[in-house]
Design a protein around this ligand. Structure first.
Ligand code: NDP
Length: 291
């Protein structure tokens, strides 16, 4: 068997096109563009690349991008003051502080200072709580992108056995919550899980969010399962995921490649969340189901 390769790049592009159409409708109705503010502290090259591509994608979707660059030695008070200013700015619908922050800054204090209704990254504990209790809020972009790919691939996910490997607040836990919301039977595995290969073997859906190159082997995968590889690992031979792609692709029904699978979805969902925020804040109706 040879798996269907899930083309996240093409899916993300189509999503961005649908978003751009609805952004244009929003601008006509509200008389302003949705706005995303991105805060970058310091000179970390990878973070600078992410911030630049988020800014470009925001403008390409017809939204306003506000980029704030602060020196690596900025004080906690000055960073919080900027977040307060953005919270109060009516032109800003989404606020994203690029992580990781330099060591002297308290990431949790910064994340929780963002107005939950502008927290388009979905990292605020209020949004984590909303997701867990089924209230409207913002869901972290990467796991939401994974669910979109899964639903596109499989349709209704009801009753499927899903195993999420990884329990971080930004990927594993929200991923598990989203799969539960889709009525999957969800198992969350982590570094203390016993006999991980047997746990993975019973899954119809495997989501790997570990950060260990090619840890999940082809023999672990149930024939026909759908495999979503969130991992981004830089190795001497290039970028690889958390799944042994070659081995898994010969057993799975469908699988995301790395790169070109989950990665492109993250920014597309960030744009989606920003548009949704603008629409909610201005009371403008948009077709959320089409996004
Ligand atoms: P974290 O390091 O925060 O979490 C990793 C998780 O993997 C932890 O829960 C850890 O368990 C678990 N784990 C570690 N080793 C093992 C093991 N041997 N067996 C089973 N579980 C293990 O990572 P993130 O969630 O932030 O990211 C995960 C991966 O996804 C990374 O490669 C990251 O680069 C990538 N990523 C990709 C994104 C994208 O846009 N495509 C966005 C975000 C992340 P424990 O809790 O017990 O320590």
């Amino acid at each position: 068997m040879s798996a269907n390769i899930i083309d996240g790049k093409a899916f993300a592009l189509a999503l961005r096109e649908r978003i751009a159409v609805q952004v244009s409708d929003f601008v006509s109705a509200a008389g302003r563009k949705p706005g995303l503010a991105v805060v970058l502290v310091g000179e970390d090259p990878a973070s600078a690349v992410y911030v630049r591509s988020k800014g470009k994608a925001t403008v390409a979707a017809g939204m306003a991008s506000f980029e704030h660059r602060l020196p690596a030695d900025v004080s906690q008070d000055d960073l919080l003051a900027l977040v307060d200013t953005l919270n109060a700015d009516p032109a800003v619908d989404g606020i994203l502080v690029q992580l990781p922050l330099p060591g002297h800054l308290d990431e949790l204090a910064v994340t929780t200072r963002i107005d939950p209704d502008k927290d388009v990254d979905g990292f605020h504990p209020v949004n984590a709580g909303r997701l867990a209790t089924g209230l409207e809020g913002f869901v972290p972009c990467t796991p939401l992108g994974c669910v979109m790919l899964l639903k596109d691939q499989l349709g209704d996910l009801t009753g499927l056995d899903a195993v999420v490997i990884g329990r971080s607040n930004i990927v594993g836990k929200p991923m598990a919550q989203l799969l539960l919301k889709e009525s999957c039977t969800v198992t969350i595995a982590h570094s203390r899980t016993r006999d991980l290969s047997s746990v993975v073997k019973r899954a119809d859906i495997v989501v790997a969010a570990v950060g260990r190159p090619e840890m999940v082997k082809g023999e672990w995968i149930k024939p026909g399962a759908t495999v979503i590889d969130v991992g981004i690992n830089r190795t001497a031979t290039g970028l690889v995921g958390d799944v042994d792609f070659g081995g898994a692709a010969s057993v799975a029904g469908a699988i995301t490649p790395v790169p070109g699978g989950v990665g492109p979805m993250t920014i597309a969902v960030l744009l989606r969340n920003t548009l949704v925020s603008a629409a909610r804040r201005d009371g403008v109706a948009i077709d959320e189901a089409a996004l």
